[in-house]
Ligand binder design. Structure first.
Ligand code: PHE
Length: 455
């Protein structure tokens, strides 16, 4: 169990279901582009490692399974890290050809304006049944092309330099013919391009709406929408792609997708179906759509935030309430140099023994204490633990946490890190005493929970 109670207590919030919440409006806007698709929006977030990883073909040693990245409730149970955790079950239910799942997902991650340990994804899938096709007398590829023609056309510039699949980089699966892969890929790409076009059309009305204040940045104003497809890799699709949108001078990845691994459909007892799946982050799209500058705002219960969104009116850009001052504070501490296995340089020197201070490796009181408590210190240092402690102490008052300095002592081999914590409330000005007190608690928790030695 590595899941803090603050995370568990946020489970009932279900922001993507709150009336007039920007995530709800964004979800509904995307859902409206998939007429006839079944929607599932209340699936429970606690899932098995089988659902979240094994059913999708994640190898046993995949980093995504690590305790530093995923919230575990016990060794077989996690807070889902993506909506794909529900793919197999939804295919098994076999209720419709197309479905959409929107939900909260959970990841231990960085703390900054675009990362929050809870965020929201939408998963979508569309499959075709070979049996149904046989009855129609047409080829599956032909039928899929006919379905593709029903999706609205657009005249936006899309870069798609790669062939629908690539034998080594992005292979097609054996059970699928070249025509089938090409047809499914075309349907998938057209469906998702249509979503982006609809989002940007809505964002455009927002940025040109008269209510906007003149000093609001409206970067999308004169920039024509551009998007591009890039090859990607996911254990549960092949071939796979990401769709990127040109936004404020950069290519921004907005979704991952691909042709569903046939093994997933076979294991879900629907071996005669084949098709595509995608997963996108709702916050990222809502931030684009409304110009919301900080991901913490989605969790705000401040009326100055919530009253700006109305599901029944055209989209208006978010007008930030005045920005309160930030206050940053640094914390520096020692951790052990490198993981135990590589610290010895692989030269036959035994790894440090945390249980025996006499070995000379438990060089600090914290190490000794940790050794006595039977916990590891230095070698399991992971940045996400610092992130989580900062969140636990400061909650949404922590705007971001960044590593600003790092060095290894040439003699002792110990590693020193310095993190900068930026404290800022979205709703008020923090007092000095308040930030000092938070920072002091953070320092204590780093020692107590990670066994580091403050400098
Ligand atoms: N689950 C993937 C993610 O979270 C996205 C994805 C979904 C990719 C479905 C392919 C198909 O990054």
């Amino acid at each position: 169990m590595n899941t803090p109670s603050t995370i568990l207590s946020a489970i009932p919030r279900r922001l993507h279901m709150q009336p007039n919440h920007p995530l709800t409006i964004t979800r509904q806007l995307i859902e409206s582009r998939f007429p006839g698709y079944e929607t599932h929006n209340t699936l429970f977030p606690i899932v098995t490692t089988r659902q979240n990883f094994d059913s999708l073909g994640f190898p046993p040693d995949h980093v995504g399974r690590s305790r530093t990245d995923t919230y575990y409730l016990n060794k077989d149970t996690v807070l889902r890290t993506h909506t794909s955790a529900h793919q197999a079950d939804t295919f098994r239910a076999n209720e419709s050809e197309g479905w959409l799942i929107s939900s909260d997902v959970y990841r231990r991650d960085a703390v900054d304006r675009t990362h929050y340990p809870i965020f929201h994804q939408m998963e979508g899938a569309r499959t075709w049944s070979r049996a149904a096709v046989e009855k129609s007398g047409k080829s599956l590829a032909k039928l899929i092309y006919e379905d593709t023609e029903k999706i609205p056309k657009h005249n936006i510039d899309v870069q798609d330099p790669d062939t629908p699949f690539h034998a080594s980089r992005n292979p097609k699966q054996d059970p699928h013919s070249v025509e089938e892969v090409s047809a499914i890929a075309a349907h998938l790409k057209r469906s998702l391009e249509d979503v982006v076009v609809a989002i940007f059309a809505a964002a455009k009305t927002a940025s040109t709406s008269p209510s906007i204040s003149p000093d609001q940045p409206t970067p999308d104003d004169d920039e024509p929408l551009k998007m591009r497809w890039v090859e990607a890799y996911f254990p549960f699709t092949s071939p796979s792609w990401e769709l990127e949108v040109f936004w404020q001078g950069d290519w921004l990845e907005i979704l991952g997708c691909g042709i569903v691994q046939q093994a997933i459909l076979n294991n879900a007892s629907v071996p005669d179906r084949l098709g595509w799946a995608f997963g996108l982050g709702l916050e990222r799209i809502a931030m684009l759509l409304y110009g919301i500058p900080d991901i913490r705002l989605f969790w705000s219960t401040d009326a100055r935030f919530l009253t700006q969104f109305d599901a029944t009116a055209p989209i208006k850009r978010f007008v930030p309430f005045s920005k309160y001052p930030a206050c940053f504070k640094d914390v520096s501490f020692w951790v052990r140099s490198t993981p135990a296995s590589s610290a010895a340089g692989g030269a036959g020197i035994p790894p440090p023994q945390v249980s025996s201070p006499a070995s000379g490796t438990a060089t600090t009181p914290a190490d000794a204490a940790a050794a006595a408590a039977g916990t590891l210190t230095g070698h399991d240092f992971h940045e996400n633990d610092v992130m989580e402690i900062a969140r636990e102490v400061g909650g949404d008052l922590v705007e971001d946490v960044r590593l600003v300095d790092e060095f290894t002592h040439p003699k002792t081999g110990r590693r020193s890190m310095c993190y900068r914590i930026n404290y800022r409330s979205l709703e008020r000005t923090l007092t000095n005493e308040e930030t000092n007190e938070l920072h002091e608690r953070l320092r204590c928790d780093l020692v107590d929970k990670l066994g580091v030695e403050l400098r």
